[in-house]
Design a protein around this ligand. Structure first.
Ligand SMILES: Nc1ncnc2c1ncn2[C@@H]1O[C@H](COP(=O)(O)OP(=O)(O)OP(=O)(O)O)[C@@H](O)[C@H]1O
Ligand SMILES: [Mg+2]
Length: 152
């Protein structure tokens, strides 16, 4: 088994998926999110934050910066690369220090990373199906992930 698909029928279900996923995460993990505008990336991150005991109401996409830091054990680094104009932007914030640091990194619009896409990460693809329905596909890239214990 190397990928798993879930259907979410509401923002609350997507958050619950994130809370559940957070239980399988540890510092240093990287999650790359792929999905169009409004596919539920930030909603999922609110769930991940809640699962890491971080207040999810603090989770909002950074508008003028590329990254938000939420204090926690481990901390959560929330990247949103939608406005990234070129890859100089990402190197200028020293993103690697965070990405390969002690926290959990979650990256919206990870496709913008191009050649900087990390070697090992959890890939989550979100697709807009219906008004309140999203398909969420999870796959582990060059790393282990225990899908069986993740199932719920
Ligand atoms: N099943 C669902 N899962 C997640 N969000 C849903 C779902 N159904 C409806 N929604 C709504 O879709 C919107 C998703 O917005 P969200 O900001 O999470 O998406 P995003 O992928 O981060 O968008 P952007 O690319 O603009 O950052 C929210 O308004 C949310 O309430
Ligand atoms: Mg977003």
């Amino acid at each position: 088994m190397n990928s798993e698909k879930f259907i979410s029928k509401s923002p609350e279900e997507t958050k619950a998926f994130g809370i559940h996923l957070a239980k399988c995460l540890k510092g240093g993990d990287i999650i790359c999110l792929f999905g169009d505008l409004g596919s539920g990336k930030t909603t999922l991150i609110k769930g991940i934050a809640a699962g890491l005991n971080i207040n999810p109401t603090n989770v909002n996409s950074p508008t003028f910066v590329l990254m938000n830091i939420y204090e926690g054990l481990p901390p959560l680094y929330h990247f949103d690369l939608y406005r990234l104009e070129d890859l100089h932007g990402i190197s200028s914030i020293g993103y690697e220090e965070f990405l390969y640091g002690q926290g959990v990194s979650v990256i919206e619009w990870a496709d913008r990373l191009g050649k900087y896409l990390p070697e090992q990460y959890l890939k989550i693809e979100l697709k807009h199906k219906k008004l309140n329905e999203r398909a969420i596909r999870l796959s582990a890239k060059n790393r282990n992930f225990n899908y069986e214990s993740f199932m719920y």
